[in-house]
Design a protein around this ligand. Structure first.
Ligand code: UN1
Length: 504
């Protein structure tokens, strides 16, 4: 552990992965290694929690809820403001840790921390709103309105690919809404979770609300299952694969809990004949190669109209040839490694399947011969009916599919099970409006002349169909973290009944 930023984050000596109002010194779960995906070397070993440790975290959060919801929302917002301030101060160090442990490049690591800061700012403003409607009653002398109350402790399950930002989307919004958070991070990025938890601890513990932000690292089969089945958690917010989400959603529904699911994507980017190809090339390379193809918003399918297919494909191949692959901490690197050996194997298996189904590798397609989990960014010429194209492979594979026109493009875009993000490049108003119409893209995110990834936090983030239907971050996503109450107050001195009913 020779990096200066580890000391700055205070994690050089830390081994516990469980926090219940304070760090639990010797949690009872297995020891997991944090692996540097650029080398395959172990950075540190972290002790995870057992089901008993989970119980301590859940009990702490449940107890903390009473004190937390008693604070006014603006007072809670003040702590989220302080959290944003601490994150600003640690942006460089935390961004570097994300690069080290997850493998995304420096700019993207720091961008992820910026996303945390942005959602804190958003949540601070929100803490002075959390507004309900007032409605007109049919009964004279009655006032009807709705108000929003804190919901309770929220279980937050996050994935390795955004190891810090997705916690912040949940924690900042849940925080102002009055809900404690119990975080179960990916075991592939334990140091990121510890570093974030330490920053949260500085803010919440100093304010006497240590229990509001809990952390439980642990195995899915023990800790995960216990958490998902826990009736004390009215909401489980989970990010990850469609398979995981389907399981979590069913388990939570079985106990009448709510779930907020942000699952896999299979995002298409459409380029029509009239598109600005300079813009399109840049958006496609960022969308398909950025984060080594490991964003849920990664561009996986390029649906290109016939007239520009040859030129666009050629320009993309040239751009791909210039992608500098290497250590994500080096300033010149544009693409870091995949997260682990399984991810590399998964990519190679998908490419084999694609070849069997008639796909043709236009560039890339191989492992990079160096330590760590490096691969080449890859373009495959494909057709929409190849079954592999309907799958989300978490790797930098871009399937290029020719389409006849905007209608065929929309049908192909919508012809997969996932429905997260989508984009069209065109300057034809009729095509872009058709894309955005009810008969257009069926995804949670539909863009025009920008790529599929890199959404701002101000919008609601999430998607339809197998993506799970949840919305996190901006807009009115906060409503998922509160309970709605419809209130009618009678000041008339009479007791008129609704629907004109006489009951005398
Ligand atoms: C994810 O990959 O889980 O829109 C989140 C984006 C980022 C968030 C991605 N703001 O690409």
């Amino acid at each position: 552990m020779s990096h200066d930023f580890l000391a700055e984050l205070g994690i050089a000596e830390q081994t516990s992965g469980v926090y219940a109002g304070g760090w639990i010194a010797e949690p009872g779960g297995a020891v997991v290694d944090s692996i540097d995906p650029s080398t395959g070397d172990t950075i540190a070993a972290v002790r995870t929690g057992s089901a008993d440790d989970y119980e301590r975290v859940a009990a702490t959060a449940t107890e903390a809820f009473a004190g937390w919801r008693a604070e006014t929302a603006p007072a809670r917002g003040e702590l989220i403001r302080l959290l944003g301030e601490r994150l600003r101060a640690k942006k460089r160090a935390l961004g570097a840790l994300v690069s080290l442990e997850m493998g995304k490049i420096r700019a993207e690591g720091e961008g992820e921390v910026q996303e945390m800061i942005d959602i804190c700012d958003f949540a601070v403003g929100l803490s002075r709103q959390l507004y309900g409607l007032s409605l007109h009653s049919e009964r004279p002398g009655h006032r009807m309105y709705e108000q929003w109350h804190p919901l309770g402790p929220i279980g937050v399950i996050t994935a390795f690919n955004f190891p810090v930002a997705v916690w912040a989307w949940n924690a900042a919004i849940a925080g102002v809404c009055g809900d404690p958070v119990i975080w179960k991070p990916s075991l592939k990025t334990p140091l990121c979770a510890i570093a974030v938890q330490r920053i949260a601890d500085e803010v919440f513990a100093e304010a006497g609300h240590a229990g509001v932000s809990g952390l439980i690292m642990g195995e899915d089969a023990t800790v995960g299952e216990t958490m998902v089945a826990d009736p004390r958690l009215p909401l489980i917010s989970a990010t990850g694969s469609c398979r995981m989400g389907r399981h979590v959603g069913q388990r939570v529904a079985a106990r009448m809990g709510r779930s907020l699911l942000e699952l896999g994507g299979n995002n298409a980017l459409v380029v029509l004949d009239d598109a600005d190809l300079d813009l399109a090339v840049r958006a496609i390379v960022f969308g398909a190669v950025g984060t080594t193809g490991q964003r849920c918003t990664t561009t996986r399918r390029l649906l290109v109209q016939k007239g520009v297919a040859a030129e666009l494909t050629e320009r993309l191949q040239k751009a791909y040839a210039q992608v500098r692959i290497g250590n994500p901490l080096d300033a010149e690197t544009l693409m870091g490694p995949l997260i682990d050996g399984d991810a590399v194997d998964g990519m190679m298996a998908a490419l084999e399947t694609a070849a069997k189904q008639g796909g043709e590798v236009l560039c890339g397609g191989k492992r990079v011969d160096r330590p760590g989990f490096f691969v080449e960014p890859t373009i495959v010429r494909a057709s929409a009916d190849m079954p592999i194209v309907a799958e989300e492979t978490f790797a930098p594979i871009l399937y290029v599919i020719e389409v006849a026109d905007v209608e065929v493009a929309i049908a192909a875009n919508n012809g997969v099970a996932q429905g997260l993000s989508s984009a069209i490049f065109t300057n034809d108003l009729r095509c872009s409006e058709r894309w955005l119409s009810a008969a257009g893209s069926d995804c949670g995110i539909a863009n025009v002349n920008i790529g599929t990834s890199g959404a701002e936090i101000g919008g609601a983030f999430g998607g339809e169909k197998d993506t799970g239907g949840g919305r996190e971050a901006g807009s009115d996503s906060w409503k998922a973290y509160m309970r709605r109450q419809t209130c009618t107050v009678n000041w008339s001195g009479q007791l008129p009944l609704a629907q004109g009913i006489k009951f005398e």
